[in-house]
Design a protein around this ligand. Structure first.
Ligand SMILES: Nc1nc2c(ncn2[C@@H]2O[C@H](COP(=O)(O)OP(=O)(O)OP(=O)(O)O)[C@@H](O)[C@H]2O)c(=O)[nH]1
Ligand SMILES: [Mg+2]
Length: 204
């Protein structure tokens, strides 16, 4: 069984035909809510409104699989999408919503922590999404360190790259790279469909 997107030399990785099926299975906030069937999981984590749901949609070539919204705090559970009946993409709730209450923010942090600590989940890779325009936040670094502590295989992408002016690109990338120990950063725009191929390759 493959545990990610198939990578075939010469194949157009953005071709949505590689995605034979993409189905929302369920949302969970606790072990008891997890899908019955176990498959390898790729999780998407990042600030509220950074574009996690939009990135998932670009990867599977479906505009409305994962529901996205300009209202921050939209995704409130760990949402499991079954791809090709082989693996799950897991859309996590976004952290750091400035206008959210303490109680709300705590609740979201607990859900994210539960997802990575649980022995019932089956995470193979984590895509940490940073806002290219905003740059790395204290929360981004907190959750990155949390993922490192929990020995996760982390891929970092800088989404909303389309919002950067040409003369902002170098500085924006450098500040993200510096914040994450010089790790490779994939430039991404869910809106302009930039970086999809590179992300596919990292996941395969
Ligand atoms: N300019 C631009 N806007 C984007 C991009 N990706 C997402 N957006 C917009 O950002 C907003 C939030 O997108 P979502 O995908 O819902 O973000 P999310 O991280 O899932 O948000 P929560 O579920 O609230 O945590 C929407 O209005 C999207 O259209 C991008 O690459 N560029
Ligand atoms: Mg979302």
């Amino acid at each position: 069984m493959s545990c990610g997107f198939e990578s075939r030399p010469g194949h157009n990785m953005t071709n949505p035909q590689l995605i034979k099926s993409a189905i929302f299975v369920k949302g969970a906030v606790h072990d008891t809510g997890l899908p019955v069937e176990t498959f390898p999981e790729i999780a998407f984590i990042g600030r509220s409104n950074v574009g996690k749901s939009s990135v998932i949609n670009t990867l599977v070539g479906r505009n409305k699989l994962a529901r996205s919204s300009s209202t921050p705090g939209f995704t409130a559970e760990a949402n499991f999408y079954l791809i090709n009946e082989e693996f799950y993409l897991v859309d996590l709730p976004g952290y750091g919503f400035a206008r959210g209450s303490h109680v709300q923010r705590d609740k979201i942090a607990r859900i994210i922590e539960w997802y990575f600590i649980s022995e019932k989940t089956n995470t193979k890779k984590v895509v940490l999404i940073i806002d290219a325009k905003v740059g790395p936040t204290v929360d981004d670094i907190h959750f990155y360190n949390f993922l490192v502590e929990h020995k996760q295989d982390i891929i970092i992408i800088a989404n909303k790259f389309d919002k950067l002016k040409q003369n902002e690109v170098f500085k924006a990338l450098a500040s993200i790279e510096n914040a994450f120990e010089g790790k490779k950063i994939i430039k991404y725009s869910a809106r302009e469909k930039i970086g999809i191929e590179e992300l596919f390759e990292s996941l395969s």
